[in-house]
Design a protein around this ligand. Sequence first.
Ligand SMILES: Nc1ncnc2c1ncn2[C@@H]1O[C@H](COP(=O)(O)O)[C@@H](OP(=O)(O)O)[C@H]1O
Ligand SMILES: [Mg+2]
Length: 392
Amino acid sequence: MASSPLIMRLVSASVAVSNRASGIIRDIMKSGNLGIVEKGKNDLQTEADRSAQRCIVASLHKRFPEVAIFGEEALDPSEKIPAEFLEHESDEYVLKQECPEYLRNVADEDVVIWVDPLDGTAEFTQGFLDHVTVLIGIAVKGNAVAGVINQPWYNYQNPDKPLGRTIWGVMGLGGFGFLREVPPKDKLIVTTSRSHSNMLVTETVHSLNPNEVVRVGGTGHKVLLLIEGKVHAYVFASKGCKKWDTCAPEAVLHAVGGCLTDLHGIKMNYAKDVQRQNTGGMLATLMNEEDHRGIVAKIPELAKDAMEQSSPAPELDFMGAKFGQNPQRGSNSEEKSNIPIGSNKVPSEEKKQAVDQSAVSPTPSTDSQGTTSSKSSQLSDSVQKETCTTKL
Ligand SMILES: Nc1ncnc2c1ncn2[C@@H]1O[C@H](COP(=O)(O)O)[C@@H](OP(=O)(O)O)[C@H]1O
Ligand SMILES: [Mg+2]
């Protein structure tokens, strides 16, 4: 049998290795020896970040030696990697899916993989375990097209259910491993950083007049809240996020018809030579491009002026579809499968939309995750109540 296209092999290897990395992270938490190092102001690294990155980068590099891989942590590349850190398997379910046509002939040199071995490190050290995710983002010619978000402690408060889950998506194929839900129509719920906030971050969120502000850790976790319908927008008026924070979440959003841009509405560039910081800030929604631009228009000039304009990713030919929209074709269409994935449209009546229940993690999310503070338009950090419900 001819081997699968490179992208599908990369995604299936990434799903498998994200599970191994997740196990390593849980083991380190269990050991109680977190090995915390301060990388910079408000920027921590733990043994779990280091070990998970060793596992992911070494495993992927061994199997795809010509593909560029960038991880968040600066580690010694000559370090010996323990054999148990190497994942040799692929996820068979991923390999059974049809590769979207525009990705079938991608070459090694077109691809860059961005790895955040443990997103939400601050929350990890504080015991907010379901804020933690492992992120593996796959970019083609600078565009985030495929990604894996692994949540090691998903369900940790429900011991009867399987611990952890893996969400993955490919733009043009769809998103797998979660239940897509529609957010409430009568309010605006915005999520932003819990541990890297400042006055501009807060004021920018408040300028959208949200009914609720959800402050939780991790870019991956906040994008999970978006795709599961718990929030309408993720707004971060800060240059603090990096390419490894946003590549996988952006790809998963694209896979289900959402958008992630800077605060000017410019799409991110994930080519290997780009600067690592997302200096334009970030806005993520599960909206079509037009509605997303509507939110961009509401971001105050003060916040936009404080952020740079990102240099956009080059246009990819997505089978004639515009970037940010989702080409729906072949096995991804609702007619051919009971997996209504990749739709830009949120059904008006249906409350829950099953995305895929047979993928890597079959359990749907119904839990409320993390910190929610509910207030009217004059929110300020000093008055927000942060009742963190998910601390270990
Ligand atoms: N001011 C800042 N300094 C350093 N890292 C920042 C930052 N603002 C955001 N980040 C990084 O962006 C990610 C999301 O931030 P937040 O959880 O606050 O929303 C986190 O990734 P890591 O946890 O992988 O380091 C966080 O460290
Ligand atoms: Mg991160």
